[in-house]
Unconditional design. Structure first.
Length: 599
């Protein structure tokens, strides 16, 4: 295909190349049609009723009035599911049929429970389409959640079914979170070609500094995120891996035994399955020693043996529609029935969604202890308290972003100094780029080597760009006329006041001009004061962040602004007479030479 930023050659198969180009072509076609618009008055009512913030309102306007493919980039904890709930109400009110799909069962369940949108897995959805037990029509709206984890094969099949049925596809995801396990990264590749609305205002974390840290993780600024957590003493260094694990379990056990904190709202995260197994075992041993559970019953799972007790936490590992459980779902064991020989015949589990299921482990054996889970199992999950075990050198920015954004109240990281001796080592270890490539990242190099008609390719791109410009021109034309109407309404409401002023113009033209000049001068001074204060605020923030280059540049800007004010004698005089406090501040900065330091 071509070389990446590091100069490494990347390759693909012809099948993947054709599939990814097909995704692009179909997406561009869908993007040129607006077949499912919702009336602006209904959108306005929905926004008001749900009390959406500006970003959420913009996102559902993008969905409800956009083309037949719409993309929402929702950073972790920004309330995207709540926005989808609002969009669902608008679509259903005008007769559209809306359904959700997601890669994992737990993500589909989360979408359904939080938004009220009936949801299923991608595998179930595409299987039903292939078997023709499900048929899409032009009245269908399909929401693909966690779209960033969807690979080329799955998205190709989905988007072609949507296009054929003239339905609408809404992709919701975050390209910075976990990448597809299968080939390609089609969601990220489509962002630049289709356009998107973005939700960046994080609301999940309760502490403002944690929300800011999550934003740093979302934008790849691992350094600032980890510095914040270290400053607030949420990163714990230990000599060995064994020390780190036992300290994590001790802290976890102490935390959920505090008042108002329940076990179900805590979760231990790790990257490797081997670490998860070890953490689950030690967590369970801790509870047995504390008298919270007993040893329980031995359950054979192939060659493995799993001990299970009442009040154990359980994690389901496979979807089972008949049983009513999904892969990635958590619950608490409430009852275990056994025969006279101690063989377990049934297990009853209270799921975290307040439903109960009972099953025979011989018929359904896809479960494990649920104190700890891999990060891949937890994308889309929210808990109050998370405990993250960072082991080995297999981590990257994407993993850290997902792991570091699951909590609402507290997150703690546990590090062994055998792998990461200090903060700098940890930053280096977690700052690797885990993004996957797409064929669409290397269109020109690949096309040249394969003898593809470059002129024809650019002609198609040019034609598509011109079509987009036509749509944009029409949109701007409509907005311009809307502004004219608003301006006329404002003028009509205030027409009496201009008449009085007009009379004064006739009687005292000189007085009126003088007053106007004074008002303009005061307005200029106020704007100058606001600009200067913003520079000082930015300077303070840069000093706090110890960004030396930015501090240097901002000090130069402050110095230049002071000089300009002193050069404008009329403005300086107005400041001295009208704004003595501002004048005092200026004098302080004028009397000393600002120098770059290491504050």
């Amino acid at each position: 295909m071509g070389t990446d930023d590091d100069g490494k050659e990347h390759y693909t198969t012809r099948n993947i190349f054709e599939l990814e180009n097909n995704i692009q072509e179909v997406a561009e076609n869908l993007n040129q049609h607006v077949s499912h618009p919702i009336h602006p008055s209904l959108i306005k009512n929905i926004i008001n009723n749900y009390k959406l913030n500006d970003e959420q309102a913009n996102a559902i306007q993008h969905i409800l009035q956009g083309s037949d493919i719409s993309i929402i980039v929702g950073r972790a904890g920004t309330g995207k599911t709540y926005a989808l709930k609002a969009a669902k109400e608008a679509f259903t009110k005008v007769g559209y049929h809306i359904q959700g799909i997601a890669l994992s069962g737990i993500a589909a369940q989360g979408l359904q429970e939080a938004s009220g949108i009936p949801s299923r897995t991608i595998a179930s959805f595409t299987y039903a389409l292939r078997k023709e037990t499900l048929k899409l029509t032009k009245d269908d709206i399909i929401i693909l959640d966690e779209a960033g984890m969807t690979d080329t094969y799955a998205l190709s099949e989905i988007i072609n079914h949507i296009h054929k049925a003239q339905a609408k596809l809404i992709l919701v995801g975050d390209e910075a979170q976990l990448q597809p396990i299968g080939p390609g990264a089609p969601f990220r590749a489509l962002l630049e070609r289709v356009g998107f609305a973005e939700l960046q205002q994080i609301i999940r974390q309760e502490e403002p500094w944690q929300r800011k840290a999550t934003h740093h993780l979302a934008t790849g600024n691992i350094r600032e995120a980890l510095k914040s957590y270290q400053e607030h003493q949420h990163i714990h260094y230990n000599k060995t891996a064994n020390d780190a694990i036992h300290r994590l379990i001790d802290d976890w056990h102490h935390r959920y035994n505090q008042k108002y904190i329940i076990l179900q709202q805590t979760l231990i995260l790790a990257h490797r399955n081997s670490d998860v197994m070890q953490l689950n075992g030690i967590a369970r041993a801790k509870r047995i020693l504390a008298g919270e559970i007993d040893q329980g019953f031995s359950i054979k799972k192939g060659e493995q043996e799993l001990w299970l007790s009442v009040n154990d936490r359980l994690l389901f590992l496979k979807n089972d529609p008949k049983l009513g459980v999904r892969n990635g779902q958590f619950g608490t064991v409430k009852a275990i029935e056994s025969d006279n020989f101690g063989k377990v015949k049934s297990i009853t589990v209270d799921l975290d969604n307040n439903k109960a299921v009972t099953f025979d482990p011989e018929h359904y054996g896809h479960f494990n202890h649920g104190y700890s889970a891999t990060i891949h199992k937890t994308q889309g999950i929210t808990v109050d308290h998370s405990f993250i075990y960072v082991a080995g050198n297999y981590w990257d920015r994407n993993l850290m972003y997902v792991a570091g954004s699951r909590h609402k109240k507290k997150m703690d990281l546990y590090i062994d100094q055998e792998n990461h001796s200090n903060l700098e080592s940890l930053i280096k270890g977690l700052n690797k780029d885990g993004m996957k490539d797409s064929v669409l990242d290397y269109p020109l190099n690949f096309a040249k080597r394969r003898g593809i008609d470059i002129e024809g390719l650019f002609a198609r791109i040019k034609e598509h760009a011109l079509e987009k410009l036509k749509v944009t021109r029409k949109y701007l034309h409509e907005k311009y006329h809307q502004l004219i109407v608003i301006k006329e309404k404002i003028s009509a409401q205030h027409h009496k006041q201009p008449e009085i002023v007009s009379d004064k113009h006739k009687r005292h033209p000189y007085l009126n001009n003088a007053c106007s000049t004074q008002v303009n001068e005061v307005d200029d001074v106020k704007r100058t004061q606001e600009k200067f204060q913003k520079l000082l605020n930015d300077l303070d923030q840069a000093k706090t962040l110890k960004n030396h280059y930015v501090v240097y540049r901002l000090k130069k800007d402050v110095q230049l602004e002071v000089k300009n004010i002193y050069k404008n004698k009329k403005m300086h005089q107005t400041i001295q007479t009208k704004m003595p406090e501002f004048a005092k501040t200026l004098e302080q900065y004028h009397s000393k030479q600002l120098e770059y330091d290491m504050d």
